[in-house]
Design a protein around this ligand. Structure first.
Ligand SMILES: [Cu+2]
Length: 206
């Protein structure tokens, strides 16, 4: 019986190691898949086009006014560092537009114009850190909104429940589940073999 005990312990260690390895693989893959993005106001999150650009580390960024079907800002959502100059450039599409703040740590308002090539610039500094929601006044009711996050100290979302990330996170979860299932299958097999050796039968009668 002592040799049985020794081999059983070795077997248990092997099974435990399989589960631990699956767990390590899962957490490494999960963190790599998470994409952090500022938590935008709903009007920005649901804005036309809806593109996103992480422009941190850049001195200047350009946003098209009159993108998509002409009634959108593109990129719609931008993340910048303090000290960045943001320039809106009119495409000439979609009629007359402007850029004006709705809420957040900045206040600016451009004139309402339609000419292609028109520009409007704002220097965003340490005083503007946070999340700025702006809109085109003539088209605010039909989804022409935009957002700018300034600085890295803003509320963010990423990974959990995110549209893109959800599919990726499923894989490590499945791997982990497989590891746990394998572990229990091994334990069940071991218990079956042990019962068979001890009682010479696996009938439920005692
Ligand atoms: Cu507009």
């Amino acid at each position: 019986m002592s040799t049985d005990d020794v081999s059983r312990r070795a077997f248990m260690r092997t099974a435990g190691g399989t589960v631990a390895a699956a767990g390590v693989g899962a957490s490494a893959t999960g963190s790599a898949a998470a994409q952090e993005q500022p938590k935008w106001p709903s009007a920005v999150e649901n804005a036309n086009v809806g593109s996103y650009k992480d422009a941190r580390g850049q001195d200047e960024v350009t946003i098209n006014v009159g993108a998509g079907d002409g009634l959108a800002f593109d990129p719609t959502k931008v993340w910048v560092d303090p000290g960045t100059t943001v320039t809106w450039e009119w495409t000439g599409q979609g009629g007359k537009h402007n850029v004006e703040t709705v809420e957040g740590p900045a206040e600016f308002e451009s004139e309402i114009v339609g000419e292609e090539g028109h520009t409007f610039s704002v220097d965003l500094t340490e005083d503007n850190k946070g999340i700025i929601h702006y809109q085109c006044q003539p088209h605010a009711q039909i989804g022409m909104h935009g957002g700018i996050a300034v600085g890295s100290d803003v509320e963010t979302t990423g990974g959990e429940g995110g549209g893109e990330a959800a599919g990726v996170v499923f894989v490590p979860d499945a791997a982990k589940a497989l590891g746990v299932a394998t572990f229990f299958a091994m334990v069940a097999t071991l218990a079956f073999a042990f019962a068979f050796l001890k009682y010479g039968t696996v009938s439920p009668s005692e």
